[in-house]
Design a protein around this ligand. Structure first.
Ligand code: SF4
Length: 87
């Protein structure tokens, strides 16, 4: 079972890519909307637009650092074992 869930709130994300600079193995800027995208993530759609992306994984690696650096608080992390919202 995965230990963490990472989510990008696409409405909150303003692009620029601090997360991509810090953690390019997980984050990239989307060609479609110019916002951050998590590689391999599930896309949550609403009215034909991606409103969020989620990915479950065992290790956060650089993701927590990227989430803490996001100036718009668009990246969230939940510990799935404790249900604690880390950021
Ligand atoms: S740092 Fe935050 S606002 Fe900037 S691209 Fe990444 S998720 Fe979006």
């Amino acid at each position: 079972m995965s230990k963490f869930r990472v989510e990008i709130d696409k409405n909150a994300c303003q692009g620029f890519g601090a997360c991509v600079e810090l953690c390019s193995q997980f984050f990239q800027l989307s060609d479609v909307d110019g916002k951050s995208s998590i590689k391999g993530a599930n896309k949550i759609m609403k009215e034909n637009q991606v409103v969020a992306e989620t990915l479950e994984l065992d290790e956060l690696e650089c993701i927590r650092e990227a989430a803490e650096a996001c100036p718009f608080n668009a990246i969230h992390i939940v510990n799935l074992e404790t249900n604690e919202k880390l950021i």
